[in-house]
Design a protein around this ligand. Structure first.
Ligand code: GLA
Length: 391
């Protein structure tokens, strides 16, 4: 992999007034939000459930905002995104990222990785081991028979340090120690969230190591662009700039093949709803229980969107820009309705989707895939942007 990088409203009046009102809270630890204009306007999860002691460390809650009224909440616990408010086609704020009201709920739903920062290695490593420089490394098998999203206690379940916070940006850091979760090298990691003036959530990752290792960081937010609690995502319209994807075996490990999407339910090169083909008889859909696959993004740079997704009811459109070569599209197939989300609805089956920008799953065991190795002296740097608009 090259580390030079590749990895490398209009103010609706109500929103503006709200933004001004929320101004005092921006970028600060705060005791919660009250952004209601009327009963249909969304709010962010409150601060209360995120100020706790976890692993002997105090956790915190933060709100960021931009000048147009885009607002999002975060916690240093797992560097989670807790919610994001953006205006719909009528100028009403919708919370488009699934969140919960307490760290306890995030612990309870840990295997779903709602809103979490994922590392050291996002997605699966087959049978929980890989060989690097001739030495075998064994990882915790937390998704039998494989390792998923960092292992037993991934980056989603540790308390990060807050390095810097402004009204619209926050930087969290974490030192993943040598052999933590079985990975070699002290990995000094950093994730920065920014709400940009053009209504985007920009996520920038950085990491350095003191021994050769593998890294693949991502964010595992679940989106519902109609707003959290507004039903399934099956009528969302999706377009991916991806002529190929990586088919999986029944344990969700890529077979190693790069297969064309043409003529399959994985063809989102033209806009299609998530639900239009999800129940077709297809071995790959069966293996994933729906969509849970890595899309091989066509050659791109950070200035061109690789994905566009629109909420059918809200008119909210999200464009994705990334330096990463892949995108895991997951249609919420394991959501089980057991936990109450922020706002009161439960996390029912397929009421959210994830679009995790990444290097391909199991790359450490697949020399034909773009490399995820990081060496001392190199800087892992990668950026992903989720940009919002409404029409
Ligand atoms: C990723 C995986 C899915 C699932 C979710 C969390 O997207 O690919 O199989 O494990 O995380 O539930």
């Amino acid at each position: 992999m090259k580390f030079t990088f590749n990895r490398s409203f209009v103010g609706f009046l109500a929103v503006c007034i709200l933004s001004l009102a929320a101004c005092n809270n921006a970028g600060k630890k705060t005791s919660g939000t009250s952004l209601m204009t009327d009963s249909t306007t969304a709010t962010l999860p409150p601060a209360k459930g995120f100020e706790q002691i976890i692993d002997g460390k105090q956790t915190h809650y933060y709100i960021l905002k931009n000048k147009n009224g885009l607002q999002a909440a975060f916690t240093d616990y797992g560097a989670h995104i807790l919610g994001l408010l953006t205006p719909d086609k009528n100028g009403r704020l919708k919370d488009v990222i699934i969140g919960f009201d307490s760290i306890g709920d995030y612990k309870k739903t840990m295997s779903a990785y709602y809103g979490a920062t994922i590392g050291r290695y996002g997605n699966r490593i087959a049978k929980g081991h890989f060989v690097l420089d001739g030495r075998r490394y064994d990882l915790f098998i937390n998704n039998k028979p494989n390792t998923l999203h960092g292992g037993k206690k991934g980056f989603n379940d540790v308390v990060w340090d807050t390095k810097q916070v402004t009204d619209s940006t926050i930087t969290f850091t974490y030192l993943s120690k040598d052999m933590e979760e079985g990975y070699p090298g002290n990995l000094q990691c950093q994730v920065t969230y920014e709400l940009t003036p053009d209504n985007a959530l920009k996520i920038s990752y950085e990491a350095t190591t003191d021994k050769n290792t593998v890294v693949n960081m991502t964010n595992h937010s679940y989106f519902n662009l109609n707003g959290i609690g507004n039903g399934t995502i099956l009528n969302h319209v999706v377009q991916f700039k991806a002529a190929n994807y990586t088919p999986i075996d029944p344990t969700s490990i890529p077979t190693g093949q790069i297969a064309p999407v043409a003529g399959t339910p994985f063809d989102f090169t033209k806009p299609a709803t998530i639900g239009s083909r999800i129940d077709e008889k297809n071995e790959q859909l069966k293996n994933g229980g729906g969509y849970d696959h890595n899309f091989v993004l066509d050659p791109h740079d950070i200035n061109t969107p690789v994905a566009t997704i629109t909420g059918d009811k809200s008119g909210i459109e999200m464009q994705i820009f990334t330096a990463e070569p892949g995108l895991q599209f997951y249609s919420g197939n394991f959501m089980n309705g057991k936990t109450t989300m922020h706002g009161g609805a439960t996390d029912e089956y397929r009421t959210g989707f994830a679009v995790e920008t990444q290097h391909y799953p199991d790359s450490p065991n697949k020399p034909q895939f773009p490399s995820t190795e990081l060496k001392p002296g190199q800087v892992y740097k990668t950026v992903t942007i989720y940009k919002f608009s409404a029409k």
